[in-house]
Design a protein around this ligand. Structure first.
Ligand code: NAI
Ligand code: A1CAB
Length: 284
């Protein structure tokens, strides 16, 4: 069976259609998952109508049908659960006996462990923990995935295929998901912060704000594309910009004198630590 055939026949339930599941769904639809194969749920009827319009899939709300999540999963092959970490245990508990036995539950929730999720699912229910990031929405995302013990090779390959049309998929042990959060899940926000800071200060240097924002965005995109080509390391690419005695050398010296590497390391450690902490906070 070709990968297109597999996508064509996969039935997907999307529980919670916020920022992350919206990005994932956009990526999967762009990669060839037929919109007719998808049923999504939201909390309110208004948001169901808006999301149905936005994504072109069937969306049912818990407001209209208190059993919406159970209805959505009843015929699913894959159930993508994109509710907040504090809500995921309750959401899975109320639908666990409505899941087909071979449906793969895919959690995108930060922190909440497979042990916790498995404890509210029926014994043997296939479960994959993932840590995605929002650039999936533009086909350039990252997903760390940790398939659980009841997931077959075919099911793990299917989940990887669903994501890989819109980004880089890396399989990891569950114990490495905090590192994936720090490196990829949260990391778009670091780069957005950098772009924000560049644009703000460019305005201080005299550029109109709108031009500064467009320049920052194009520069982050261009640098990302060069990094992605992979023929030169980040360090080599940086060095190429640094003419001896020139402007960039002064800027990099300033970053290094201010301890940029330590600043990044501390931020990543904080993200990974919060992920582990949420695993202890949100249990069944
Ligand atoms: N935003 C991001 O960049 C990333 C988020 N995540 C994870 O994705 C999950 C969702 O985060 P966001 O999308 O940012 O939050 P969000 O608040 O934008 O989306 C969550 C959605 O779920 C809905 N919801 C809550 N309970 C529900 C239920 N029982 N049934 C149906 N819908 C329900 C909410 O109304 C909301 O629309 C979290 O667990 C987070 O850890 C993971 C990686 C990156
Ligand atoms: O901030 C969070 O908790 C989620 C997980 C990674 C990105 N957003």
């Amino acid at each position: 069976m070709s990968s297109t055939d597999t996508l064509a026949t996969t039935r997907l339930a999307v529980l919670g259609l916020g920022n992350m599941n919206g990005a994932i769904l956009t990526g999967m639809l762009a990669a060839g998952l037929p919109a007719d194969n998808v049923v999504a749920t939201t909390r309110s009827a208004d948001s169901a109508a808006a999301k149905a319009d936005k994504y072109g899939v069937r969306v049912i709300s818990n407001e209209q049908d208190p059993q919406a999540n159970r209805t959505a999963v009843a015929e699913a092959d894959v159930v993508l659960v994109g509710v907040k970490p504090k809500d995921i245990v309750a959401a899975l508990r109320e639908l666990s006996d409505a899941l087909p036995a071979d449906a793969v539950v895919v959690s995108v929730a930060a922190g909440v462990t497979a042990k916790t999720l498995g404890s509210v699912l029926r014994a043997g229910q296939p479960l994959v923990r993932t840590m995605p990031n929002t650039p999936l929405t533009v086909g350039s995302g990252v997903v760390g995935m940790a398939p659980g013990e009841h997931v077959s090779t075919e099911q793990a390959d299917l989940i990887e295929q669903l994501f890989s049309g819109s980004g880089l998929v890396v399989r990891v042990e569950e114990s490495l998901l905090p590192a994936v959060v720090a490196t990829a899940g949260s990391a778009p926000a670091y780069l957005f912060l950098f772009a924000e800071a560049i644009a703000k200060h460019a305005e201080q240097l005299g550029l109109p704000r709108a031009d500064a924002e467009r320049m920052a965005a194009a520069t982050v995109k261009g640098a990302g594309l060069m990094l992605e080509q992979g023929d030169q390391t980040a360090e080599q690419l940086r060095t190429n910009v640094m003419s001896p005695g020139g402007t960039t050398a002064k800027a990099i010296e300033s970053f290094q004198a201010d301890g940029l590497e330590d600043i990044v390391a501390r931020a990543m450690d904080a993200a990974a630590a919060r992920d582990r902490e949420m695993g202890e906070e949100f249990t069944a």
